[in-house]
Design a protein around this ligand. Structure first.
Ligand code: ADE
Length: 218
């Protein structure tokens, strides 16, 4: 999968999100459904859904890991704030993948007379950020093992991003080929994302502690 580039530009952190690539971890959603951005005019409250990461192979920091590192190096997040964050993460009392499960609810209802109707309930946690951005994590069954794999997504309204081309806004037109949306995360967005990762599972919490320690020591 293509990762999204995170960099430092004119005193701000910028995330470059490819919105038209089929292999991208970014999709545009309207009413919970992905939309074809090359064929539809975008609306201001369409949401970019970004399956954001913190590491790639070799524990190299990418995406929110890189944001946190840049924020620290450029003084957006202080050492004290990182220590406070580490303290929060250290003391997380419960993790999402152990406290919740996916359940099946059987009903007495029938479809076409002969099929029983069953509902699956999938737990989701949501954290509101500012400006209409929010994070959701949901449980998935692990593909080749027992247990759950929580998956985290950050949602960003289209009105919060600017295009990399001369058109600026993405609203009221389809996306162009290979178009990139630029998003400028706030400190609250970064800390909220890190906190949510830290409550997903023990593994995620340990990863996040390692990342914070590495950044404060750098
Ligand atoms: N590990 C790295 N990225 C992740 C994501 N988006 N959700 C859950 N775990 C992850």
């Amino acid at each position: 999968m293509v990762e999204s580039e995170v960099g430092w530009e004119d005193g701000k952190i910028v995330c470059e999100l490819p919105i038209t690539l089929p292999t991208s971890k970014v999709r545009v959603k309207r009413n919970e459904e992905p939309i074809a951005v090359r064929q539809n005019n975008l609306k201001e409250d369409d949401l970019l859904e970004w399956q954001i990461s913190y590491y790639k192979e070799g524990k190299i920091l990418i995406e929110v890991g890189k944001m946190l590192e840049l924020a620290y190096q450029h003084g957006i997040i202080s050492k004290e704030e990182l220590e406070k964050l580490e303290d929060y993460v250290d003391k997380v009392p419960n993790v999402f993948d152990e406290d919740f499960e996916i359940t099946k609810e059987e009903t007495d209802k029938k479809f076409l007379g002969e099929f029983k109707i069953i509902f699956r309930h999938v737990p989701i946690i949501r954290k509101e950020l500012y400006n209409g951005c929010f994070i959701e994590a949901e449980l998935k069954h692990k593909q080749r093992a027992v247990g759950y794999q929580p998956m985290l997504y950050i949602f960003i309204p289209v009105q919060n991003v600017v295009s990399d081309n001369s058109l600026g806004s993405l609203i009221g037109r389809p996306a162009e080929s290979k178009e990139i949306a630029r998003w400028f995360p706030t400190k609250n967005d970064m800390i909220g994302t890190i906190k949510t990762f830290a409550v997903l599972s023990h593994k995620h919490r340990d990863d996040i502690i390692e990342i914070i320690k590495r950044i404060t020591k750098s």
